[in-house]
Design a protein around this ligand. Structure first.
Ligand code: Q0Z
Length: 329
């Protein structure tokens, strides 16, 4: 099996972007590039003695790329990769009593200077082949499914919910990992249990909800709502649990604006689309006459003006500083 197919890549870029010339990922001495995500790159460390890619670790690199309306934008957001990496590391600490995580090191010498701050060396896990999504508020594809079926992923919901409504309790709404270029499909809990087995299914369901609950407890004190989140779990055979089964480990990034919907609590108002904490300036500009872009044209959006880039960068930093209580250096 190739290194790529052994992994569980995130969703492929949209066809539009797949057709445009890709800028090759940076060469990192001591690493081989194994996969490009929409906004992140994956490398494997090269074993100094064998010269082969190691099988037990990966380097996750967050770029400054940003997506909006299913496109990767031509404009990078300076420091976005660093802010999201540092936020994810901070969340791993906040969640450490709920679940262990995959981080080996976020610093030199394991992380090369060229990607300092925006890369993490992680344990390579056997990834659970399900997108674990938790929802605390109803919106997006969950709202669409609710309007058709009064339920989401087999979870029945009360009548009368609107776009942005707080759910009675957080729910687990998993999706299948779709093949490249396709959309992930909703799954019921029973389908997940049939695929990965009831013991692991019940644990990733309960962990997903526990992570989202803890996230919202902390974020609420800082004026941010976490509407929903996607988390990824892996099994670590080298860390057996008390029963001798591989430990379930939190992988990937966690509770960042790229994996979760962040909403400003102050303007939350069910019954309409909520303001996006990070992407609002970009969306407002792209859909304004100033951009000259027609969303329905299917064409890629134009580059962002500097003031929109700067306002967006400020929102990422604002979220990081509000949540962590730290200054983004
Ligand atoms: C994460 C992804 C990308 C970053 C595979 N600990 C792990 N073990 C095995 N596989 C993964 C992880 Cl995190 C893994 N992804 C998604 C893609 C950059 C993360 F290009 N894919």
């Amino acid at each position: 099996m190739s290194p790529e197919s052994a992994l569980s890549p995130e969703s492929a870029p949209s066809p539009e972007n797949a057709l445009s010339p890709e800028s090759a990922p940076a060469e990192l001495p001591g690493f081989v590039h194994v996969y490009s995500g929409k906004v992140r790159e994956l490398y494997a460390p090269v074993d100094r003695s064998t010269g082969e890619a190691t099988q037990d670790a990966l380097l996750l690199v967050a770029t400054d790329r940003m997506s909006a309306y299913d496109f990767i934008l031509d404009s990078d957001i300076p420091d976005k990769g660093k802010v999201l990496t540092q936020l994810s590391l901070w969340w791993f600490d906040q969640l450490a009593d709920i679940i262990p995580n995959h981080v080996i090191s976020s610093q030199a010498p394991e992380v090369p200077d060229a990607v300092a701050g925006r890369a993490v060396l992680v344990r390579r896990l056997d990834m659970v082949p399900v997108e674990c999504i938790g929802r605390a508020y109803l919106t997006g594809s969950g709202l669409a499914e609710y309007r058709e079926t009064s339920s989401v992923c087999g979870v029945p919901l009360p009548a009368g919910l609107q776009d942005g409504s707080l759910l009675p309790a957080p729910i687990f709404t998993p999706t299948s990992k779709a093949p490249i270029g396709q959309h992930d499909q909703p799954m019921t809990y029973d389908e997940v249990a049939a695929q990965i087995g009831e013991p692991i299914a019940s644990r990733v369901r309960d962990l997903t909800i526990a992570i989202l609950r803890r996230g919202n407890e902390i974020a609420a004190e800082r004026g941010i709502l976490l509407a929903d989140t996607k988390v990824e779990f892996g099994l670590d055979a080298s860390r057996p649990d008390a029963s001798g089964n591989p430990a379930i480990v939190l992988a990937d990034e966690v509770l960042t604006p790229d994996s979760s919907r962040f909403w400003p609590a102050a303007s939350w108002q069910p019954g309409r689309a909520q303001e996006s904490y990070d992407k609002q300036f970009v969306r407002d500009w792209l859909t304004s006459p100033a951009s000259g872009w027609d969303r329905s044209s299917g064409e890629a959006p134009p580059a962002l003006p500097d003031h929109i880039v700067e306002a967006t960068r400020s929102k990422y930093i604002e979220a990081f500083e509000a949540l962590t209580g730290r200054t983004f250096a």
